[in-house]
Design a binder for this molecule. Structure first.
Ligand SMILES: O=C(O)CCC(=O)C(=O)O
Ligand SMILES: [Fe+2]
Length: 178
């Protein structure tokens, strides 16, 4: 549990709200503003950036060099919750085909009222519209979470979870189809 907690990385609008007890423990974003060069002049990049890609790959623009963190996703699961009656029960994303070394990146779009809870740590996280929740190992294996039914909610919400599925399983799925 301690390990799971210290590994969890959260970045969302929710982090700045008092309603969540979850602390901003770390962020995959650069801690400094990079300098870019435009027509020989140096400017601070007016935003934070994070990279995902094959380890060692680098993307450079205007004198800024972004090195990939080594995490790549090969699968995205899109959940559409039509209204507050659609929900997901308590679960862990610990399926065997998921590569546990790869974080799960969860992007929430739509109604910002949805909460995400850990049953053992009793934490509530507000997943705001546009928020990114990054679940690092071992969070994915140990962290229970759910979206309970909210009968008063009439608006839809979409959630995208970017994951990495082990290649072996992909081959298995292909041969199963044939
Ligand atoms: O919709 C969400 O925020 C959670 C989705 C989820 O936990 C899952 O698909 O495994
Ligand atoms: Fe999940």
């Amino acid at each position: 549990t301690r390990g799971a907690k210290s590994e969890r990385l959260v970045f969302s609008h929710a982090c700045r709200e008092r309603r969540t007890k979850t602390k901003l423990l770390g962020c995959p974003f650069s801690s400094f503003l990079a300098k870019l060069q435009v027509y020989g002049k140096s400017y601070s990049v007016p935003r934070k950036q994070a990279t995902y890609g094959d380890e060692g790959l680098m993307y450079s623009f205007s004198g800024v060099h972004l090195l990939a963190t080594g995490h790549t996703f090969n699968f995205v699961l899109i959940n559409r919750y039509n209204d507050g009656r659609d929900h997901i029960g308590e679960h862990r994303d610990d399926e065997r085909e998921l590569d546990p070394a790869c974080p799960i990146a969860s992007v929430s779009l739509g109604l910002p009222v949805t909460s995400f809870s850990d049953i053992r740590m009793r934490e509530l996280v507000l997943l705001a519209h546009g928020s990114l929740l990054l679940m690092n190992y071992p969070t994915t294996t140990y962290w229970y979470h759910s979206l309970p039914v909210r009968r008063k909610v009439k608006m839809p919400r979409i959630n995208l979870t970017f994951r990495r599925i082990k290649k072996k399983r992909i081959h298995f799925a292909k041969s199963f189809k044939d």
